[in-house]
Design a protein around this ligand. Structure first.
Ligand code: GUN
Ligand code: ZN
Length: 439
């Protein structure tokens, strides 16, 4: 066992939602996992005064002036879009055609895929992200490259080969039967290997034939522990397109439901243009939304409706959605989510009072809430006893203006807000995935 003394933030594991727990002078005790080589677990967390006598024999690293929080969970990101960040276009569909598909076509080359995978994983970890649900490309080799690189870094990574057998250009379009054979082979090769998991990844309804969607759903039923990831209701032109393709479906989301692709461990990016019947369907099926505010602002897609999502009781968490999204940095994503809450209007666009999402709620969305959206509550994204011990050490002194604001904070919420508004990767002093990276 080993321990860290610092200010500590985690979330009440018994609360149904974001109940922050905080100790200004805390002790986090971690120990080895149940099996050799398995992730380290949190043994105890609480006030230094209470816990120090009980763990007197355990070596303690003291981090004065630092805040330890759970490692961040990025609920939706595209590793092959690392170099697509900041590509301007008139909305989603032109952006896919002009930048994204041509770029993703390069990942047929395993050496290129491997080189991008290294940079991508380094960037996640550098930004304090210790769990990520990520798209690869339609090329199976892109998954192999990413998984192989992730294995040595200790990150908890769930990824999948993109399925897209129609309305996609040469170079990224796959072939229906082969795509499903490849998906099953990749599930068998990678799912459950150490901290790696597989996600069945239909890109979005317009890019998948009925046969491919049916095949994806059959695999999802046969492998219930495997994730599903896709996109839904991101952009109004996309929504119109889906209505033309599926005129008898009740909604865009219902297309996935009708094929059998809504269930626990299914994460749908965006979920902007949903109605309340869709939101009820999300709750009933256990599917979750990956809220991607920097992407939605960059591509002009719209605003996630937090109030309606909460009323419906659907699950959601935060995501960078790089490369539609503009940053790997969880602070930037949380700040953009705050802006979205302020700007959100419901009820036909009539200006209503926006929400003021609490900083601890934003933090929960990017840690324990995102983990719960993946069906990983009690496993990752939190520092409650029993959780896999992924954590980050934050240094508010790393930026002069932040140090100043931090020192004036009168409450936990004010302190977290200072980090969200003024923080960036300089603040992340140490990143400790629950499995130590290979030397
Ligand atoms: N919809 C289908 N593919 C994509 C993608 O790569 N990014 C985003 N933001 N939306 C999509
Ligand atoms: Zn996406």
């Amino acid at each position: 066992m080993e321990a860290c003394r610092a200010s500590l933030l985690w979330f009440d594991p018994l609360a149904d939602g974001p109940l922050a727990r905080y100790e200004s002078d805390g002790l986090l005790v971690v120990g080895s996992g149940p099996a050799p080589g398995s992730p380290q677990r949190v043994v105890d967390v609480g006030a230094w005064n209470d816990l120090a006598p009980r763990y007197a024999d355990v070596p303690v690293t003291h981090w004065p002036g630092r805040l330890i929080t759970p490692g961040f969970v990025d609920l939706h990101i595209h590793y092959p879009q690392l170099d697509v960040i900041g590509s301007p276009a008139d909305g989603l569909l032109p952006w896919l055609e002009r930048y994204t598909f041509p770029h993703e076509s390069r990942f047929h080359d395993p050496a290129y895929a491997a080189s991008v995978a290294e940079v991508f994983l380094d960037e996640l970890l550098r930004n304090g992200v210790t769990t990520a649900l990520t798209f690869a490309t339609s090329h199976p080799a892109s998954v192999d490259a990413l998984m192989a690189a992730a294995g040595g870094r200790g990150i908890k990574l769930v990824a999948g080969k993109v399925l897209q057998d129609r309305h996609s250009p040469d170079g990224v379009r796959d072939e229906t039967e082969q795509s499903l054979i490849d998906t099953e082979r990749l599930i068998q090769r990678w799912h459950g290997q150490g901290r790696l998991g597989y996600a069945i990844t239909p890109r979005f309804a317009p890019s998948c034939s009925d046969a491919q969607m049916r095949g994806a759903a059959e695999l999802a039923a046969r492998y219930p522990q495997v994730w599903i990831q896709s996109h839904v209701a991101e952009n109004l032109d996309e929504v119109r397109w889906v209505r033309e393709l599926y005129p008898s479906a009740r909604s865009y989301l219902a297309v996935y439901g009708d094929f059998g692709l809504l269930r626990e461990r299914a994460v749908y990016a965006h979920c902007i243009h949903l109605d309340d019947t869709d939101r009820a369907l999300m709750r009933e099926t256990g599917a979750a939304a990956a809220v991607s505010p920097t992407s939605n602002l960059f591509l002009g897609s719209g605003f996630f409706d937090y109030a309606s999502a909460d009323r419906a009781g659907m699950r959601y968490g935060l995501a960078s959605d790089v490369g539609g999204g503009t940053s790997f940095c969880p602070f930037h994503t949380m700040l953009a989510a705050y802006h979205v809450g302020r700007a959100s209007v419901t009820g036909g666009g009539l200006a209503k009072q926006g929400l003021s999402l609490a900083p601890s709620h934003l933090w929960w969305q990017h840690t324990a809430g995102a983990a719960a959206a993946m069906g990983l509550e009690g496993v990752t994204g939190n520092l409650a006893p029993g959780c896999e011990a992924d954590f980050v050490v934050l240094n508010p002194q790393a930026k002069p203006l932040l140090a100043r604001k931090w020192s004036q904070a009168d409450s936990l919420e004010e302190a977290l807000f200072a980090l969200i508004v003024l923080g960036d990767d300089r603040v992340i002093e140490q990143v400790r995935p629950a499995v130590r990276p290979a030397a």
